[in-house]
Design a protein around this ligand. Structure first.
Ligand code: SAM
Length: 451
């Protein structure tokens, strides 16, 4: 085998464009200024436009590299000789040759032909790295490397799932299915399912827990599909749908979605309310709320009022203090329950960012609670797996708010006709795990304000 390419590439032996592009994609993603989809769109534009098949291959390699970053890094270091050092993401993103090598190792086997077509030398380098890496075992690698997780995360997750940690880590590495929520304002679940099966030609299953959820087999493009274009279905993970079920919004009520973002849960809440009453969608980031009007129109919702908050203390909130039936706080969090869809997240966060999120979450839930009327309810939710952002935040809120009483999530889920509600809770809280429930990881606590 020619070792010319297998050694650490240098400037004088610069790799050919597709692999150089691949390395740039990984370097840019690891700066965490924008998500991988945005990095792909920005990088593969203008002079760097590539054909669709190569573009897909580059995207698959990028997601594959993010999903297996410590393993690839370990193997790459072993191939360099010497003792592997712990993965240092800040150093890696400045190391172009290393990023190219990791992307070569992550290049999808079935996409080798597209690479060979685009550039024979890149294809040769990929084949060579991959062949050499096969001989490198992970058996003597540290646990975090074998699990594919950052070191700081391992003890935190271990404390919660114990011996299930390898299953959880594997579930986090696997790509997520596409879940849909049927919009009851426009279609019945069976009707939507049949329409989708006809349009997509594959089997569409129902989700095991969310009452109005459908699951598509693998990656599917929905644009142009009539049931989607007409607002019969919305893309929404089953876990998100279960958070909405927990809120239990009803016709004619006043409901606040305090951290509405692009409105995924707002749309579901509005449908639960059958487009009656008043639904407020707040967020501090105007850009996120911008997507909402078009989505509301497609979903057939007219009962939603959106407002950009300055922060959670915005004085305009005073008008609603003590008046709202149900408040949902879908709090900003590390998102570590959504790693299947966002494999960059474990590398973006660290214990300091977890602590920062927890502090913000405490402030937001306390501010949002002021809106709840006596007898009304509050739901605090995150898509994080970490106790610091979940049970700890909920416990601190309960300790400081004696007028709020924790409600068992299982009861609320059962009332919303969620099957096997007991399997979805830990103590009084909703706790969804990718390896147990097949959806993103979610946490939610529910309180009722004393009347
Ligand atoms: C988990 S995301 C919401 C996702 C959204 N609910 C959905 O279902 O698509 C959290 C949101 O909280 C917003 N946020 C951050 N700080 C906030 C604050 N102080 N008050 C209200 N919203 C805030 C973020 O901009 C972000 O859109």
């Amino acid at each position: 085998m020619a070792h010319r390419h297998a050694s650490r590439p240098t400037r004088s032996s610069a790799p050919t464009p597709p692999l150089a592009l691949a390395g740039t994609l990984l370097q840019r993603t690891l700066r965490f200024a924008e998500p991988p989809e945005a990095v792909l769109a920005r990088t593969l534009s203008g002079a760097n436009r590539v054909g669709q098949r190569l573009r897909h291959a580059l995207a698959d390699a990028l997601y594959g590299a993010l999903r297996a970053l410590p393993q690839l890094h370990w193997r790459w270091q072993r191939l360099q000789g010497g003792t592997p050092a712990p993965l240092d993401v800040a150093a890696l993103r400045d190391d172009a040759p290393a990023c190219q090598a990791l992307m070569a190792l992550a290049w999808p086997i079935d996409a080798a032909p597209w690479l060979a077509q685009a550039d024979a030398t890149s294809a040769e380098v990929v084949a060579e790295w991959q062949a050499r890496a096969q001989a490198v075992s992970l058996d003597d690698a540290p646990e975090a490397v074998r699990l594919g997780l950052p070191e700081w995360l391992v003890p935190r997750l271990q404390a919660q799932v114990g011996g299930e940690l390898p299953l959880l880590a594997a579930a986090l590495r696997a790509p997520a299915p596409v879940d849909l929520r049927v919009n009851l304002l426009k279609a019945r679940p069976a009707q939507a399912r049949e329409a989708l099966q006809q349009a997509l030609g594959g089997t569409v299953s129902t989700t095991p827990y969310a009452p109005h959820g459908l699951r598509l087999p693998g990656r599917t493009r929905l644009s142009g599909v009539p049931a989607y274009e007409q607002g019969w279905v919305e893309v929404q993970d089953e876990g998100s749908q279960l958070i909405v079920a927990l809120v239990g919004a009803r016709r004619g009520e006043t409901v606040v979605d305090f951290c509405a973002g692009a409105g995924g849960k707002t749309l579901a809440l509005g449908a639960e309310m059958r487009d009656s009453g008043r639904l407020y969608a707040f967020d501090t980031v105007a850009r996120r709320l911008l997507a909402l009007p078009a989505r509301l129109a497609r979903a057939g919702l007219t009962n939603v009022v959106t407002m950009q908050l300055r922060d959670e203390q915005d004085e305009r909130l005073e008008r609603l203090a003590g008046k709202v039936d149900r408040v949902l706080v879908d709090a900003p969090c590390t998102g570590l329950g959504t790693v299947r869809r966002h494999p960059e997240l474990p590398w973006r966060h660290d214990p300091a960012s977890v602590a920062q999120h927890a502090a913000l979450q405490q402030r937001i839930v306390a501010a949002a609670a002021r809106l709840v009327r006596p007898g009304g309810s509050l739901v605090y939710a995150t898509c994080s797996l970490l106790r610091e952002e979940n049970e700890d935040v909920a416990a601190a809120f309960t300790a400081h708010h004696p007028d709020f009483v924790v409600q068992p999530a299982a009861e609320r889920l059962a009332a919303a006709r969620v099957p096997q509600a007991q399997a979805l809770v830990q103590g009084p809280y909703l706790r969804l795990w990718p390896h147990r429930h097949g959806c993103d990881g979610f946490f939610a606590a529910v309180w009722q304000r004393r009347g």
